[in-house]
Ligand binder design. Structure first.
Ligand SMILES: Nc1ncnc2c1ncn2[C@@H]1O[C@H](COP(=O)(O)OP(=O)(O)OP(=O)(O)O)[C@@H](O)[C@H]1O
Ligand SMILES: [Mg+2]
Length: 157
């Protein structure tokens, strides 16, 4: 069973994101799943805080571009693939250099990656429980599953 973390308020989501950003390592890829409004961008903003992305670089949903890049302790590459029409566009983004480079990547709507889904990754699913409550589950794949990171995640949020 992947660890589940109840996020009963925005503050708890912020604390979770902060933790993820503070502990993120070079080459980490986080695929964020969840319905519209589940909190993927909100979580990304808090991961940015944990990565020390400067407050002047406000993380938004990349509405017209599929990718935004932010400086921080590690560079943050934020993909929002909601509007992706076909896989070729991903290749055009130069995603391989980014995924396998030295920053960290966060991908909203990762189903759109199809065959480009990276083998080594964390997947976080956000489920809407109520107006201010979400449930997060984290799973690790590939080499990320070999370490114990997040396997016994006990967070005091
Ligand atoms: N516990 C919570 N965690 C995250 N977001 C919350 C929580 N409670 C309320 N919200 C609100 O839910 C909304 C989440 O919107 P957000 O844009 O982050 O979702 P999203 O998953 O990125 O959606 P989209 O698929 O449209 O990109 C925000 O308005 C946020 O304030
Ligand atoms: Mg979003």
């Amino acid at each position: 069973m992947p660890p589940s973390i109840p996020l009963n308020s925005l503050t708890q989501t912020e604390a979770f994101g902060l933790f993820l950003g503070q502990t993120a390592q070079t080459g980490d890829i986080f695929l964020l799943r969840g319905d519209l409004g589940a909190g993927k961008t909100t979580l990304t903003q808090s991961i940015g805080v944990g990565l020390k992305v400067p407050p002047s670089c406000y993380i938004t949903s990349p509405t017209f571009s599929l990718l935004h890049e932010y400086p921080g302790r590690l560079n943050l590459y934020h993909f929002d693939l909601y509007r992706l029409e076909d896989e070729d566009e991903i290749a055009e983004l130069g995603f391989e250099e980014i995924f396998y480079g030295d920053g960290i990547s966060i991908v909203e709507w990762p189903d759109r990656l199809g065959s480009f889904t990276p083998p080594d990754r964390f997947e976080i699913t956000l489920t809407i429980i109520g107006s201010d409550s979400r449930l997060a589950t984290i799973s690790a794949f590939g080499s990320k599953a070999k370490t114990s990171r997040f396997n016994s995640l006990e967070l005091t949020l």
